[in-house]
Design a protein around this ligand. Structure first.
Ligand SMILES: NC(=O)c1ccc[n+]([C@@H]2O[C@H](COP(=O)([O-])OP(=O)(O)OC[C@H]3O[C@@H](n4cnc5c(N)ncnc54)[C@H](OP(=O)(O)O)[C@@H]3O)[C@@H](O)[C@H]2O)c1
Length: 233
């Protein structure tokens, strides 16, 4: 495995936190980020080991370089942060759209730009998109757009950052993630009916797919759906 730490942007909660916990449990040096430095530090202490917390706001990309200035050599960079947005064309909220587009496309790219001198030839990057890319729903206009942008971002980064590897995961609704664990039973059942495996994807399955894309040296330029077969329906 490449030398250096595992940096998880959006590692205070949800899927990012699970990835951070996985690598901390393996004895790796882990850096997690959230918007607030103090709470990121508290979450890092909960994760344990040598995990460190950093505060940065991806929607304010000009501030990112200073926030990450003391991060050393990086083996794996995971970009998992998200601000949830429900935004239809009919009732378009420009401010919310600008925040999400900036966060996921400009903010993610600025993190990579900032850490590039710390990312060795053996390092790898994993970007979280989502299945809303292929399966839109009313209100997903900006989410679907940015997740499509992630697909393009992966492809250009593979060329620009070679030989470093860059991949993306596009999970379906992760049933046991904090975001969805309390969803109404009616919605849960409707989602299950559209999933050939007959159940929703789990956090553990997403973490396993993350590890595969981060560590398998042949995986590069992949936009992997983790969806229990939903795209076949
Ligand atoms: N959960 C799912 O079912 C699902 C499905 C498809 C795709 N995904 C994708 O998977 C990724 C993780 O989703 P999740 O559900 O695990 O997320 P989550 O639980 O909502 O966690 C979001 C993370 O992003 C950070 N964050 C939010 N706004 C930020 C900002 N402006 N700047 C920097 N960091 C910010 C949060 O940190 P603080 O709150 O500490 O600031 C937190 O660590 C996302 O990219 C999402 O689109 C998730």
């Amino acid at each position: 495995m490449a030398d250096g730490s595992v940096v998880v942007v959006g590692g205070t909660r949800g899927l990012g936190r699970e990835v951070a916990q996985f690598y901390a449990d393996q004895g790796r040096d882990v850096v997690i980020t959230g918007r607030d430095a103090t709470s990121a530090g508290a979450f890092a202490a909960e994760i344990g080991g040598s995990t460190r917390g950093v505060g940065l706001d991806l929607a304010e990309p000009e501030t990112i370089a200073a926030a990450l200035a003391d991060v050393g050599e990086v083996a794996h960079l995971v970009l998992a942060a998200i601000e949830r947005d429900s935004n239809s064309v009919k009732d378009y909220d420009i401010a919310a759209a600008m925040r999400l587009v900036t966060l996921k496309l400009v903010g993610y790219t600025e993190v990579i730009h900032t850490l590039l001198p710390k990312l060795g030839d053996d390092s790898s990057i994993l970007i979280f998109g989502g299945l809303a890319r292929d399966r839109p729903y009313p209100g997903s206009t900006t989410v679907t757009t940015v997740n499509g942008g992630v697909t393009g971002l992966v492809r250009t980064l593979v060329i620009e950052l070679a030989p470093r590897r860059v991949n993306a995961l596009h999970p379906a609704i992760v049933g046991d993630s904090p975001q969805w664990i309390d969803m109404p039973a009616e919605r849960h059942d409707a989602l299950v009916q559209r999933t050939p495996t007959g159940r929703l994807v789990t956090m553990a399955e997403v973490i396993d797919a993350s590890r595969f894309l981060l560590e398998n040296g042949a995986m590069n330029g992949i936009n992997l759906a983790v969806d229990g077969g939903w795209l076949c329906m």
